[in-house]
Write a protein that binds this ligand. Structure first.
Ligand code: ZN
Length: 349
């Protein structure tokens, strides 16, 4: 029987380890919403890590979340390898300019040191401070780029997709380099205090590359990286499948603990893959969390919970990062729906 009051760490690990949690865990990718909710801007967070940490602590306290989250999707490895990163005043960072213009540039890519190069030391310091602030009972989730995504960022998406046809050997050489560097950073995140490593790979979904190319150029490198991070002590790998992944979910389950899913029916998804992974999702981040009413949030969250909550292999979340301008009232509606479901489930148990 589940303990009546688990810590967040125990609750999240329970669903990862096929055990019954005291209630359904609740995790959202929260960097942008959290910053605005705390009255801060992205650019400020890059100057003052404590500001970011305070925003995460406030979110956890106010909404009962079960994980803190680092500054998700900051392409620190790509930048350290030479790509140009922009940080707009109040929007997430992005790669503005790739640095690999052809096979000759491979020699210029050196092994980066996560503890010394570019913005990686800042990110590692932030994760260490976050872990210290939340303590051992609250998981810290930190984001790492998978090798295929970093290859796309430093080469340019269109160029890399063309290279797959024109010069596959070059792509594989590039992927060896990105695998080494992405893995080194992922392991450093674990060393800094990250419990869960979040991965997202929107450039490798069904709309971007074929299943055959996914099998040859994306999946094996990610799989190797995930295994290395688990061996380094990561408690879980959380893979966000942004976009359509229907033809490749079987592969996505390999070496992964949680799939943070997007466009799937959460009930049938959990039934089909729940023996291999924990499903996390999938209240619509934009159509419902950002644009919907509180009643829509409540209805959609309860539908997810009714469909997947009793599997013990489910985490309530939005289907992507919760947008910055989501109203706190909608976030409150999401948390309240979970409380309502848990109270009912408790009575039935
Ligand atoms: Zn997404």
């Amino acid at each position: 029987m589940a303990r009546s009051q688990m810590t967040s760490m125990e609750r999240v690990m329970a669903v990862c380890n096929h055990e019954k949690p005291d209630r359904v865990p609740f995790i959202i990718a929260s960097r942008a919403f959290g910053l605005k909710y705390a009255g801060a801007r992205f650019s400020q967070a890059y100057q003052d890590p404590d500001l970011y940490i305070r925003s995460q602590l406030k979110l956890i306290k106010d909404f009962g979340l079960d994980s803190a989250w680092d500054i998700w999707c900051t392409p620190a490895v790509d930048e350290a390898l030479g790509a140009k990163m922009d940080i707009p005043e109040d929007d997430p960072p992005w790669i503005a300019e790739p640095c690999v213009h052809g096979p000759d540039d491979l020699d210029k890519l050196r092994r980066v040191d996560p503890w010394k190069d570019g913005r990686m030391p800042y990110m590692l310091d932030l994760v260490a401070r976050l872990k210290k602030a939340v303590g051992p009972d609250m998981p810290v989730t930190a984001w790492a780029s998978p090798p295929f995504r970093t290859a796309c960022m430093i080469r340019g998406n269109t160029e890399l997709y063309m290279d797959i046809f024109d010069n596959p050997g070059f792509v594989k050489d590039l992927l060896e380099i990105t695998t080494e560097n992405c893995t080194a950073y992922g392991k450093a995140l674990v060393e800094a205090g990250a419990d869960i490593i979040a991965i997202s790979n929107p450039v490798a979904n069904t709309d971007c590359i074929s299943l055959d190319h996914f099998k040859e150029f994306a999946h094996p490198y990610s799989k190797r990286m995930f295994a290395d991070m688990k061996a380094a002590g990561a408690k879980a790998i959380n893979f966000h499948t942004c976009g359509r992944w229907d033809d490749r979910f079987d592969l996505c389950c390999e070496n992964v603990d949680i799939i943070h899913c997007d466009r799937v029916d959460i009930g049938s998804f959990t039934a089909r893959y729940g023996d291999r992974i924990v499903a996390m999702g999938n209240v619509k981040a934009v159509a419902t969390m950002l644009q919907g009413s509180q009643e829509q949030v409540r209805r959609e969250a309860l539908a997810c919970l009714e469909a997947a909550g009793s599997s013990n292999r489910y985490i309530l979340s939005a289907d992507c990062e919760v947008p910055r301008d989501t109203s706190p009232a909608n976030m409150r509606a999401l948390a309240d729906a979970l409380a309502q479901y848990n109270a009912r489930a408790h009575v039935q148990a």
